[in-house]
Design a protein around this ligand. Structure first.
Ligand code: SAM
Ligand code: ZN
Length: 310
């Protein structure tokens, strides 16, 4: 069984440099569905009927703002924590012999422009890393960065066991074009959490690593933007995951940020605050950063879950 399946008929996808093509075995007419590989190296596996809008997911503006913001290492402590946790999970699996000769496949769902994906790709022991997002501009950025790092599936050195091959794909998290039980783990970093879809593609004992903003995340930014700041750190997703996953660990990480006007503007563009705040409040906040830096604290929580024996 191949790792990727056709988003239309669920038959195995055969990967070639310019087209991914299903073998059509699972549709009545045995029709083979082709998916072109874009020149940047990503594949669009989102059928038109799963596209709920013309350009689903994060816009190009918000992707580029996030890319600029993250390039300044503001969220590096979170990235380091996520990678350290994945490393520990994989080495525990190795030492108990749970990883044998089969490949280690990891999915970064809602990967955005790939800030976390690029770091995950450097973890020894991951063979295939699927960088998936519903936003085409996001996946284009991941493909470009993966190519530059020589980790794109088309040009990675297959003999080099330390190198994960990155497969950038456009897809909806709700309809993952991946085989049942094919994944060792999934990361969802500030991204959608779809219990049924995740549980299907994860192997038994597979991992789910979730990062979310913690209570009081960017509190001083929100206080400046809104008259009333409501904390909605809902644990509802944990209740929804509970039948399928056990929580192994929870970690918190906080980081002080001292932001320039540009960094603050980028932060506002990459978060939902930008369009919820009144324009005059937003302008007043940016004016504060223009005459010095604006200080705030980013607060994150990372959940490590494991798929139950079902
Ligand atoms: C807040 S961003 C996080 C991006 C990245 N993980 C990061 O932290 O930098 C959420 C991402 O999820 C994507 N997304 C939203 N809904 C999605 C869906 N149904 N399926 C796949 N991706 C989705 C968005 O396009 C966006 O890139
Ligand atoms: Zn097909």
């Amino acid at each position: 069984m191949s790792l990727f399946i056709c988003p239309i008929c669920q038959s195995s996808l055969l990967l070639a440099a310019d087209t991914w093509r299903c073998d059509g075995r699972l549709n009545l007419k045995n029709t083979s569905h082709p998916f072109d590989v874009a020149r940047q190296g990503y594949t669009n596996l989102l059928p038109v009927n799963q596209k709920k809008s013309k350009a689903p997911g994060d816009s190009s503006d918000s992707i580029l703002a996030r890319q600029r913001f993250l390039a300044n290492a503001h969220y590096q402590p979170l990235r380091d924590l996520v990678c350290a946790q994945i490393k520990a999970l994989l080495s525990a699996k190795h030492s108990t012999g749970q990883i044998d000769k089969s490949s280690v496949n990891w999915l970064d769902i809602g990967c955005g422009e790939g800030y976390y994906t690029g770091a995950i790709a450097q973890i020894k022991g991951i063979d295939s890393l699927i960088a998936a997002d519903i936003s085409k501009p996001a996946v284009i950025e991941v493909a470009k960065a993966s190519k530059a790092a020589k980790r794109l599936w088309q040009n990675v050195d297959k003999q080099d066991n330390n190198k994960a091959a990155i497969y950038p794909i456009v897809t909806s998290a709700a309809h993952l074009p991946l085989s049942t039980n094919s994944l060792t783990g999934i990361t969802s970093i500030f991204s959608p959490i779809l219990p049924a879809a995740f549980v299907d593609v994860l192997q038994e004992g597979g991992y789910l690593v979730i990062a979310k903003p913690d209570i009081r995340h960017l509190a001083s930014v929100r206080e400046a933007l809104f008259d009333e700041v409501r904390e909605h750190n809902s644990d509802k997703f944990l209740t929804e995951l509970a039948p399928f996953f056990e929580v192994l660990e929870t970690h918190k990480v906080n980081t002080e940020l001292s932001l320039s006007e540009q960094a603050l503007a980028d932060l506002l563009t990459m978060t939902p605050y930008a369009y919820r705040a009144r324009p005059e409040k937003r302008q007043a906040l940016l004016a504060k950063a223009a005459v010095g830096t604006f200080n705030t604290e980013a607060k994150f929580v990372v959940y490590i879950l494991k798929k139950r024996l079902l």
